[in-house]
Ligand binder design. Structure first.
Ligand code: BTX
Length: 234
């Protein structure tokens, strides 16, 4: 435990040099904890994928106990994306549905929300990985590419500030406002996409993100709504 922060959404910060995954560590911790590690050995993406987490990036997770219905948790992931994009506004960060933050069309941040505990008494772990000065694959980018002076502590502070603001908005039933901001920051709306959801694939133009967070795709067969899945631009 490094320190407690009074009056903030985050009550305690847990700092580590190395962890398997900050999301895994956050599961064991009380609500409103933030876990951060310099590197992760087994950084997790969605659906069992890996998140490359070499030194120089920001890898952190927030344990929360939101007063929300379970089915509204995807909105928390989308809201977290808006918060990160706002914190990275000077880099013209954009949002790719459902959970990527892009700069110049390349992935700079991924968000993984996990629900833990019983249905009536669940916690949510929101895990955020941001490429800052870590080495990244070709299809990705880091902030250092765009700003040689980038400072991880400042980025973290800005993200937490924005996260606190948007999280409070979400709990105050201001999701629709957040949704409009998501749409404003969206890289996906207007693009032709292929969305893989389970064993179904939808191809067509992404025209909207619905009130419940689903992506509306205009396909040849008609308008479809996709709740979760992997989205590719075509
Ligand atoms: P995702 O499943 O949408 O994205 C994972 C995919 O992204 C990988 O299969 C790979 O193609 C690509 N990828 C992997 N690493 C990187 C990277 N560093 N930069 C850009 N692209 C990459 C996204 O999942 C959710 C990621 C959440 C990561 C945070 S880090 C803190 C917390 N702890 C933890 O274990 N996960 C979260």
């Amino acid at each position: 435990v490094v320190r407690s922060v009074r009056g903030s959404l985050i009550k305690t910060v847990y700092y580590y040099d190395v962890l398997d995954s900050t999301n895994n560590k956050a599961r064991e911790l009380p609500e409103n904890s933030l876990v951060i590690a310099e590197e992760q050995i087994m950084g997790k993406g969605r659906l069992g994928r890996k998140w490359f987490s070499k030194k120089g990036g920001l890898y952190f997770s927030i344990a929360l106990k939101p007063e929300m219905n379970l089915e509204d948790i995807p909105k928390l992931t989308l809201t977290s994306g808006v918060a990160v994009a706002r914190a990275l506004e000077e880099y013209q960060a954009r949002l790719k549905w459902p959970n990527d933050v892009l700069i110049n069309g390349k992935k700079v941040c991924g968000i993984l929300s996990e629900i833990v505990g019983e249905i009536e008494n669940f916690k949510v772990i929101v895990g955020i990985g941001i490429n800052v000065e870590n080495a990244v694959p070709d299809y990705a980018t880091n902030l250092k590419n765009l700003n040689s002076e980038v400072n991880r502590a400042e980025i973290l502070k800005d993200v937490i500030e924005q996260f606190t603001k948007y999280y409070k908005m979400l709990l105050s039933r201001e999701w629709n406002k957040i949704r409009f901001e998501w749409l404003e920051l969206s890289d996906t709306i207007g693009k032709f996409v292929e969305v893989k959801a389970g064993n179904r694939t939808y191809r067509g133009k992404a025209i909207d993100m619905d009130y419940d967070g689903g992506l509306i795709v205009e396909t040849e067969e008609g308008t479809e709504k996709v709740f979760s899945g992997d989205c590719f631009y075509i």
